[in-house]
Every structure is written in structure tokens, then in C-alpha cells.
Design a protein around this ligand. Structure first.
Ligand SMILES: Cc1cc2nc3c(=O)[nH]c(=O)nc-3n(C[C@H](O)[C@H](O)[C@H](O)COP(=O)(O)O)c2cc1C
Length: 330
């Protein structure tokens, strides 16, 4: 069975990439992921604050609406902010490149056009095979225009692209008014990959302490919906690789992602839940399913149920499918 796929020009032995998370924060864990069959890893993010914590631009965005950076802060490790960390991240990449053979994708998480952009070049020099940008900005200021927010993403991407020659992807969030146009603009600005989608840290309220909270919950396959919808819509519409992320738990989710038009998938929650060895089980089941249905390769199924190929485009296009709603019985 040919499980190979190409993601941003990188040839992967199968579609499973391990997403940015604590799983990709230590050499031992990454080694186990490789042994279990992972085709590539996205390293835990290095945050703008860790690279350039005195950036005035960062202050501007952080304090313009202090909740704006909620997601990034939710992931942010509670360690002293220091440029030493950014040096350590580069060492991690060098060490990985000497000791593992799967592609290593570095992850940069930031929003301003500050010093972290230059750091992209150092990630490339350290040996990263590609870069994933997680540009997270939640505009809480009602006077901030949507177009300006979008431009922030484009500017950050363009600045990174001007500094590196390795492929760059953007981990998009799903809440743009016009995601297809945003995807197109990102690709025009140089993104070779779009990760669909980032999964925001959850907001909750602590009823004991009467305070707002941020929590990280593991995903489930139910969350695959928007990823499938937008992979299906963007398939062949943008000249970039698509990576399904959020809700990929098992071989069935991978099959659905490939059929909707994704080139690869990212997995995190399922591996936190079941351990690194889950990858081997999933690959075995994936191969078995494909053999039974007489597929010979992943390439063969890519986009086979995308918007342009499905017999039921309304499933992707219509937010409220009238018949489904009116026929619903409880
Ligand atoms: C504990 C934890 C830490 C994460 N850290 C990062 C991170 O550093 N950078 C990032 O871009 N995404 C991070 N994520 C998000 C994941 O990469 C992924 O996008 C998200 O979990 C959805 O995928 P899943 O449904 O397979 O879990 C993290 C997720 C979890 C659960």
C-alpha cells in the first residue's frame, strides 16, 4: 500500500504529522513518535515573547486588548521569559536533525512584526525542514476593522517569507468572515501550506473563585466538521498543501480528511490520550481499510469527496440544510 503523500514539497511516508504540543517538546518523545510511524513532527511552539520579550510592538498588541492574545497565553509555558529559551529551541532542532530522519517543522507563534520574524532565519539555519506560523490575534476592540486584522496575518507571513527559503505554512483559525479569500491571500503572500485549523484554548468560568479561566481540553472526532468543510472547499482552489488538524483521532478521520482534499493530517489529542504507539495502530487500520476497498494509494483518494467532486455539495455549502432540519425527529 502506498501511503506516501507530499506536504509543502516534503515527501512524507504517510499522512500523519504530530502537531505542536508537549509531545513534540522532548527528544525522547519525538524519537518514540518516529518509531511508531509518525511521518513528520511540528515542534512545540516558540512564542514571540520567548524570542523578543521586550518588543514594543508586542506590548501594543497585548495591551490594546489584553484578552486578544488569549490563546497564545494559554499555551504559554510558565517559565521565565528569556532569550536563552530561543537558543535552546535552536539546539533542539540541531539535535533532532542529527538523530531522526523524519522532517522537523518548527512552529513560530506570534503576531507582531517584531524581532521574532528574524528568528525564522535562525530556525532555517538550525535545520528546520519547514516552518508553521501560528498567528493568533483575537480582536476584542470593536473599532478594529476586519481587513486590518487580516492584514496583520498577511504582514507577519510576508515578513517571515522574506527571511527564509524553507516552506512556510500558516495554522489558520476558522473564524474569518471569508475563510476562502483569507486562504487565497495567505497563499498569494507565500504560504505553501494551510493548516485547517488551529484549536483555540477553551474559555470557562470558575464558579468557586468567580473568575474567567482558560483550559485545554482534548478534541474528539465531532470537531472534524469545519476541517472537512474547508479542505473540501479549498481543494484545488488554492495552490498550497492542506493539512487537516483538529479532531483527527483515528484511521477513519484520516480517510475522511484525505477524501475531502487534505494532503496530510495533524494529530495531538488522540496521542495524548492513547500514547505514541497509537500511530502504529492507526496506520495498520488505515492500510487494512484501503486494502479492503481496493485503494492502492493515498494519492488516489485525495479530494475524491471534495466540493468539486461530491454528489452532495450542499453538505459543504449550506449552513442550514432545510430538509435535514425539518426531518429531524427526537
Ligand atoms: C497541551 C497542548 C499544547 C499545545 N501546544 C501548542 C503549541 O505550542 N502551538 C500550537 O500551534 N498548537 C498547540 N496546540 C494545538 C495542537 O497543535 C492542535 O492544533 C490541537 O490540539 C488540535 O488538534 P487535535 O484535535 O489533534 O488535538 C496544543 C494542544 C494541546 C492539547
Amino acid at each position: 500500500m502506498d501511503l506516501t503523500t507530499t506536504y509543502m514539497g516534503l515527501v512524507l511516508k504517510n499522512p500523519i504529522i504530530v502537531g505542536a504540543s508537549p509531545l513534540t517538546a522532548s527528544f525522547d518523545s519525538i524519537k518514540k513518535l518516529e518509531e511508531s510511524g509518525a511521518a513528520a513532527v511540528v515542534l512545540h511552539s516558540i512564542f514571540e515573547e520567548q524570542i523578543n520579550h521586550e518588543s514594543h510592538e508586542l506590548d501594543y498588541f497585548l495591551f490594546k486588548g489584553s484578552e486578544s492574545y488569549a490563546e497564545a497565553l494559554g499555551y504559554f509555558p510558565e517559565v521565565a521569559l528569556s532569550n536563552i529559551e530561543s537558543g535552546h529551541y535552536l539546539d533542539e532542532i540541531r539535535h533532532l536533525k542529527e538523530n531522526i530522519s523524519i522532517p522537523v517543522i518548527a512552529s513560530l507563534n506570534g503576531v507582531s512584526k517584531g524581532g521574532w520574524i528574524d528568528y525564522a532565519k535562525r530556525l532555517e539555519e538550525a535545520g528546520a525542514d519547514a516552518l508553521e506560523l501560528n498567528i493568533t490575534y483575537i480582536p476584542t476592540d470593536a473599532d478594529v476593522d476586519a481587513r486590518d486584522v487580516e492584514q496583520l496575518y498577511i504582514d507577519a507571513l510576508s515578513a517571515v517569507k522574506a527571511n527564509v527559503s524553507i516552506p512556510v505554512s500558516v495554522k489558520m483559525n476558522a473564524v474569518f468572515s471569508a475563510p476562502a479569500q483569507m486562504a487565497k491571500r495567505l497563499v498569494e503572500a507565500g504560504a505553501q501550506g494551510l493548516v485547517l485549523f488551529d484549536r483555540p484554548v477553551h474559555v470557562d468560568i470558575d464558579l468557586e473563585n468567580l473568575n474567567a479561566l482558560q483550559v485545554i481540553r482534548r478534541s474528539s472526532s465531532y470537531e472534524l466538521s469545519e476541517t472537512l468543510r474547508w479542505s473540501a472547499i479549498l481543494y484545488k482552489k488554492v495552490n498550497a498543501s492542506l493539512c487537516a488538524s483538529t479532531g483527527i483521532q483515528n484511521h477513519e478521520d484520516i480517510l475522511k480528511a484525505m477524501m475531502s482534499g487534505a494532503d496530510a493530517v495533524q494529530m495531538v489529542s488522540a496521542l495524548l490520550e492513547n500514547g505514541e504507539e497509537h500511530i502504529a495502530t492507526v496506520l495498520e487500520k488505515l492500510t487494512h481499510w484501503m486494502e479492503e476497498k481496493e485503494y492502492v494509494s493515498i494519492e488516489q483518494m485525495k479530494g475524491s469527496i471534495s466540493l468539486s467532486h461530491t454528489a452532495n455539495p450542499a453538505a459543504y455549502e449550506r449552513a442550514n440544510y432545510m430538509r435535514l432540519l425539518t426531518d429531524y425527529r427526537f
